[in-house]
Ligand binder design. Structure first.
Ligand SMILES: C[S@@+](CC[C@H](N)C(=O)[O-])C[C@H]1O[C@@H](n2cnc3c(N)ncnc32)[C@H](O)[C@@H]1O
Length: 1021
């Protein structure tokens, strides 16, 4: 029997979480900057999960001796991977035992010494310094060859010691070194050949030798497969760790992005040595300027380029910019001071509904063009009759007196004061269309951005109509949740662009097409053209009339900040030739950073553009681990929104990828999502489709996988989880581990915060033979124990809210999933939905264990533990009060413990709860939470006499009174803010307060007139 994988028993989730959150803000060289794809998983989470899914648990009785020896030999040198002595919220048990399992965890991720010290002192640490330099998942280590070699060696030993049981660690290390060094030697050999691009016998031989060395190495490493590979985050990390890495995605746009992320840089972003003659032939004097700026002629006989692919992308992209600018640059005039335009600022206009006015009202929400702490500029309107002109003003205007004229589409006419409602404006938009008016110019000055009113010359140029050769075809699809542009009449992809934008984009595309047709037909040039097409996509994305100008940051922003297109009433028209942020040159730099950042990894991943779920794609049990991140139910309509890119990519890339671009738009029918608009609005049909597809895909990977299937899932709704768990069990797998990994938490969490966290949960599943029948009574008992343990240990690690809940789902299903069928006493089958409800109840009960007090107080604490003070869906309140609580949801709202806001609600602060009454909470018979909230309000106001009287009345003069226990619990749970301050104040003054409240009782029968003096207030503040 094989040992469990590490991911089934332990993962350094706090460390991976910290780096995953940091990953969200990393830009330069990050995979997300190559091309937009929605819901990319953070790379540290992917790297950590891949590694944890591939190595054995060294404490497992079945762990091979070779792997145990490897861990001892590699990870016990020095203190780099020594587990922590004692830091809060990092281990359920402190100090962490120094054993091989924990050493392996510390290798994946360990907090740096600086961060550990800060944690003890309750201070935060800069994100880049949180993890130690030896951590596998640290961003900087994605190119750390020494560390990656170690990780690859550990995987090699773990994998091969199970395949070849007789082999010792020394044998395996020798075979690893041999195979690995062969790759290094072959690389050195190939990359030192002069003019290897000419593909002569010598270079072909060297290339074949390198290919063979890589294949030989990877054939002795585990195979990893991601059936939903999206932007390629999981396959790239599996390949980085040396594995044979495969990914499928149904979407052609994702497929192209994946190849550019995890196949092409690994194959082609490599050094090349040109003879001066060849270099000159390829790049001429222009090339010389790039490699040796300022040098007149070639002095050297050879020219070394560190990254051939990046060099060529830069060279050809710049030549496209140059040519296009030469052809149409005059359409982007500068301002009257001679500054280059960065963008032209347009506003759509609506016609005033007053028949005697009919002014064309610019739909401005604000008059600011920029408004930061250091700089503010606005447009000041000058109204004469129905004419509206503008001038530029520096400084601030009175926002209260001068509202914008556009409030959610309803416009107020600045000329006559009439209000034109949003429906009338939409009608105009859908019938005649809203005209756009050029309002301002944004240029690059010597001291930052300059704002001006465009002069007549500029206006004339910008108002010229252009002949457009190609218009992207196809209708957009309205999202199930509503597509904001549809009621405004924007329903086709072509409508997202202005005539000028289409004209310019066409010029770029035509120039790229010309280049593509001049390139030799081989893999390298196919890759090069692919990057140039992705670069054009970046340019296209920032050249729509749905972009925004961020007045706080003075930046242009594209329309896909959400996973849908929002209607905009004003937009910056980018000048692609400005060279500033947003321009074609700037878009190029993002792409190059990525290609340069991935050049050291020799292992490509391999991608298939197909719907997953085909059993025959891989032989039975030929994949060691399937690691994936399925679509989150109905959260993102991948195919619908990616059509925006598809229609343009198809134009440039269809000749190179004929099969991938054979359909007019992206394929929708087989997409594994629960989108009701793909099923005639039928939600049930959409859910069925999702579950069936997911089950089919899980069934295939269960058939193909030997060891582990790790699934990342970020959706928190019970319905989505029910579907996921059903599909896992239907596919004969069972959950054996589940880990919440934060991706959105604020960095302060690492500095000891109890705040609610946002996470995705990774469940590790084992392809398993499920046993016979289970008795619900026994299964339930086992689940209660498991869930309680899980709640306690995750709570100790600082996890709260939905993370706790979903991790408990995993635990509950793991017990349930041991059986083919679990039956109740009456013979009926227990469903997953019932099971998850039960897991939720057990989790709540485990959380509330030990909490004394009335039901309202228990509710308040339970909710706070689960959801914090943030907004949650209304549905959650109903579920919460149904489980383990005696109170009715209507009473909760009547008591103002929850505050409803549309279909959301949040837990009431003390002021929201009791601010409207004056006596509730002052009596002994009142709910405990009322008493504490009343005391907090009295404390905040400095109302000492009310406070002391209250403490006395409710019997809080004893330190063991339930009142003080609740205060202590709230101190642990409340997030930063007014309420926490009040609680801390009460706790800090508790000795005095108790003492004085007793004195009130003895000497001051008329408590409410007691005089507290000034010193009490100063204690409080
Ligand atoms: C959550 S995303 C994966 C994101 C990816 N892990 C990343 O980091 O970029 C899910 C992906 O599944 C793909 N998908 C949906 N249905 C599919 C199917 N039937 N077969 C293969 N891929 C599918 C979508 O196109 C989408 O890219």
């Amino acid at each position: 029997m094989k040992a469990k994988r590490l991911i089934e028993v332990a993962m350094p989730i706090k460390e991976i979480s910290a780096e995953s959150v940091r990953d969200k803000s990393i830009r330069q060289g990050h995979i997300s900057t190559l091309h937009l794809w929605w819901a990319r998983r953070p790379l540290p989470a992917c790297r950590g999960v891949v590694f944890g899914s591939l190595v054995q648990d060294p404490l497992d009785v079945n762990c091979t001796m070779a792997f145990k020896d490897a861990v001892k030999d590699i990870l016990y040198k020095g203190s780099m991977y020594k587990p922590y002595a004692d830091i809060p919220y990092t281990a359920a048990v402190d100090p962490m035992e120094d054993n091989p399992r924990n050493r392996l965890m510390m290798f994946i991720g360990k907090f740096s010494d600086e961060c550990q010290n800060n944690m003890r002192a309750e201070k935060s640490t800069a994100p880049a310094n949180q993890l130690s330099n030896g951590s596998l998942v640290k961003w900087e280590n994605k190119n750390n060859q020494e560390l990656l070699r170690t990780a690859r060696l550990l995987i090699w030993v773990s994998f091969n010691s199970e395949r070849l049981p007789g082999c010792s660690y020394i044998d395996l290390k020798d075979s690893f070194d041999l195979a690995y060094d062969r790759i290094l030697d072959a690389q050195k050999n190939l990359y030192s050949i002069i003019d290897r691009h000419l593909e002569n016998d010598k270079s072909k031989r060297a290339e074949a030798e390198l290919k063979e060395a890589i294949e030989l190495f990877q054939s002795q490493m585990p195979t990893v497969f991601d059936p939903f590979s999206g932007g390629g985050a999981i396959p790239i990390e599996a390949a980085r760790l040396g594995c044979m890495s495969y990914g499928n995605d149904i979407n052609p746009v994702a497929h192209i992005i994946e190849k550019a992320s995890a196949e092409f840089p690994q194959k082609y972003a490599k050094p090349v040595r040109y003879s001066a003659k060849e270099f000159r032939k390829l790049y001429g004097d222009k090339g010389l300027k790039i490699v040796h700026p300022g040098q007149e002629m070639f002095k050297e006989s050879t020219i070394d380029i560190e990254n051939r692919l990046a060099f060529d992308i830069e060279y050809y992209a710049k030549s496209i910019i140059e040519k296009t600018e030469h052809e149409i640059g005059h359409l982007y005039p500068g301002d009257s001071r001679g500054n280059k335009a960065v963008a032209y600022y347009w506003v759509r206009t609506a016609t005033c509904s007053n028949p005697s006015c009919r002014a064309k009202i610019p739909m401005l929400k604000t008059f600011y063009l920029v408004n930061t702490s250091k700089k503010s500029v606005y447009i000041h309107p000058i109204i004469k009759g129905t004419s509206i002109e503008f001038e530029i003003q520096n400084g601030h205007y009175d926002e209260l007196a001068n509202h914008g004229w556009n409030n959610r589409g309803t416009v107020t006419c600045p000329c006559c004061g009439s209000v034109t409602d949003v429906e009338t404006v939409k009608r105009e938009s859908t019938t005649t269309g809203l005209k756009a008016r050029l309002i301002a110019m944004i240029s690059d000055g010597s001291n930052g951005k300059v704002y001006s009113i465009p002069d007549e010359k500029v206006r004339k140029v910008l108002e010229q109509k252009q002949e457009v050769s190609f218009v992207p075809s196809g209708n957009m699809t309205r999202n199930s949740n509503g597509g904001d542009t549809f009621p405004w009449g924007f329903t086709q992809w072509s409508q997202l662009f202005t005539n000028r934008q289409l004209f310019t984009l066409n010029k770029f595309v035509e120039n790229l097409e010309e280049l593509r047709d001049s390139f030799p037909e081989n893999g390298y040039y196919k890759a090069l053209t692919t990057y140039l097409a992705l670069w054009l996509d970046r340019i296209i994305l920032i050249n729509t009339s749905f972009c925004r100008y961020n007045i706080r940051r003075e930046t242009l922003e594209h329309m896909y900040s959400r996973q849908a297109i929002a209607m905009t009433s004003d937009y910056p028209e980018c000048n692609p030739f400005s060279g500033s942020a947003g321009s074609a040159l700037n878009q190029l730099s993002w792409l190059l950073d990525y290609v340069n950042g991935e050049q050291n990894n020799p292992f490509p991943a391999y991608f298939n553009n197909a719907s997953s779920g085909e059993r025959t794609q891989f032989p039975e049990k030929s994949i060691a681990a399937s690691i994936t991140d399925p679509p989150y139910y109905d959260a993102i309509a991948y195919a619908d929104i990616s059509d925006f890119f598809y229609v343009w990519l198809k134009r440039v890339l269809a000749p190179l990828y004929p099969l991938n671009f054979s359909t007019p738009l992206t394929p929708k029918a087989e997409e594994c999502t629960a989108l009701k608009h793909h099923h005639n609005g039928d939600e049930n049909a959409a859910n069925h489709h999702f579950e069936n597809k997911l089950t089919q895909i899980f069934d295939a990977i269960e058939y193909q996988t030997t060891d582990i299937v790790s699934i990342m899932f970020a959706h928190q709704s019970t319905q989505a989880w029910t579907t996921l768990c059903n599909s896992i069990l239907e596919a004969r797998m069972n959950i054996t581990g589940s880990w919440p990994i934060d991706t959105e938490m604020a960095s302060r969490t690492v500095a000891l915060s109890g705040g609610a966290l946002e996470s995705s949960v990774t469940v590790a599943c084992r392809p398993s033979e499920r046993k016979g029948f289970g008795d619900y009574k026994d299964v339930k008992k086992a689940i209660l124990v498991k869930v309680e343990n899980e709640v306690n240990s995750l709570y100790a690690l600082g996890f709260r809210g939905a993370d706790l809940l979903t991790a408990c789902f995993g635990q509950a299903v793991s017990e349930f999933g041991k059986y083919k069928l679990v039956e109740k006493a009456d013979g009926s089958e227990v469903t997953i939905a019932e099971l998850l409800d039960m897991a939720r109840t057990s989790a709540f009960n485990a959380l509330l264990k030990g909490v004394q007090g009335d039901e309202f107080t228990r509710f308040y604490l339970g909710w706070l533990q689960m959801n914090g003070m943030g907004e949650t869906d209304f549905d959650d309140a109903t579920k919460f009060t149904r489980v383990g609580m005696q109170v009715d949801v209507s009473e909760i709202f009547a008591q103002r413990l929850l505050i409803r806001n549309g279909n959301k609600q949040h837990l009431a602060t003390a002021a929201e709860h009791l601010g409207h009454t004056s006596t509730q909470g002052t009596r002994a018979e009142d709910s405990l939470i009322d008493q504490v909230h009343r005391a907090m309000l009295a404390y905040e106001k400095g109302d000492r006499h009310v406070l002391l009287a209250l403490l006395n009345n409710v019997g809080a003069d004893d330190q063991n009174a339930p009142f003080w226990r609740l205060v202590a619990s709230l101190k642990e749970l409340l997030p930063d803010g007014k309420d926490l301050k009040a609680i801390e104040g009460l706790m800090g003054n508790s000795d005095n307060l108790r003492q004085e409240s007793r004195e009130v009782d003895q000497h001051q029968p008329e408590q409410m007139t007691f005089d507290f003096g000034n010193d009490f207030n100063s204690d409080f503040k």
